[in-house]
Design a protein. Structure first.
Length: 217
C-alpha cells in the first residue's frame, strides 16, 4: 500500500468536543484544498458531543429514539453514534498516488484499527457482510469500531470511530450500522483503562505501518 513517493500526511489532534457541523465544514474545505494540490493529506483526530449520524444507506426504522441531535451525512453506511470517550479519526488522503483503489483504502482502514487494537492485546476482526471491527466475547461478537467513508475528486474523507470509553448506553437509540443481534463494546468495557493519549499513539504507529509516515501539526 505504500509508495516511496508519498509525502507524509499531516497528523492533528483536536482537543475538546467538536460540534459535528464544524467538522464537516472543515473536511469539505480541506478535501478541496488537497484535490487542488494546496494542502497535504490529513489525519484529524477529534471527539464529538453526543450525536447520531445517518449515512447514505441509513433507514429511518434504525433510529429507535432520537436521544441526541441527528445529522445526515454524505458518508457511506447507516446510523452510528459519536460522543465523548470515542476517538473519531477523519482521514483525508489523495488516493491517486496510493493506487486509486477505494476498496483497498477501506481494507487499509480496517487494518489500521486492527493493528492499533493489537497494541492493547485486543484482537479486532473483520466480518463478511458486517461493516466495522469486531471483538469475540464468549458466544457473542461486539463491535468496537465503525467505518464510513466518502471520496470526492479522489480524496477521501470521514473515516473511523474507535470506542475507547464512551457511554455505551448511548448506542441504544439506534441500530448501529443497521446490524441487529450484536452489541457494542469499548476498550474500557473490555477492562482496559487506556487513555485517549495512549490510543492516539497506537493509532499513529499503526497508521505508519499501513499507510505511511505522518508529521505532527
Amino acid at each position: 500500500m505504500l509508495s516511496d513517493r508519498l509525502k507524509p500526511a499531516d497528523w492533528q489532534v483536536r482537543e475538546g468536543l467538536l460540534p459535528y457541523p464544524e467538522a464537516v465544514a472543515f473536511m469539505e474545505a480541506r478535501v478541496a484544498a488537497i484535490a487542488d494540490g494546496k494542502a497535504a493529506d490529513l489525519v484529524w483526530l477529534v471527539e464529538h458531543p453526543p450525536i447520531y449520524t445517518a449515512g447514505t444507506s441509513a433507514k429511518d426504522s434504525d433510529l429507535l429514539e432520537a436521544r441526541f441531535p441527528v445529522f445526515k451525512t454524505g458518508r457511506g453506511g447507516q446510523f452510528t453514534y459519536h460522543g465523548p470517550g470515542q476517538r473519531v479519526g477523519y482521514v483525508m488522503l489523495y488516493l491517486r498516488p496510493r493506487g486509486g483503489d477505494v476498496r483497498r483504502f477501506v481494507h487499509g482502514l480496517e487494518e489500521w484499527l486492527i493493528r492499533a487494537l493489537a497494541h492493547f492485546g485486543v484482537k479486532g476482526e473483520r466480518r463478511e457482510g458486517r461493516v466495522g471491527i469486531w471483538v469475540v466475547r464468549g458466544t457473542r461478537e461486539d463491535k468496537i469500531a465503525a467505518l464510513g467513508v466518502r471520496v470526492r475528486r479522489w480524496v477521501t474523507f470521514h473515516g473511523v470511530a474507535l470506542n475507547v470509553a464512551p457511554d455505551l448506553s448511548h448506542f441504544t437509540g439506534i441500530v448501529p450500522c443497521g446490524i441487529r443481534g450484536h452489541g457494542v463494546t469499548s476498550l474500557a468495557d473490555l477492562g482496559l483503562g487506556v487513555s485517549m493519549t495512549e490510543v492516539d499513539a497506537a493509532l499513529r504507529e499503526a497508521f505508519h505501518e499501513v499507510f505511511g509516515p505522518t508529521r505532527l501539526v
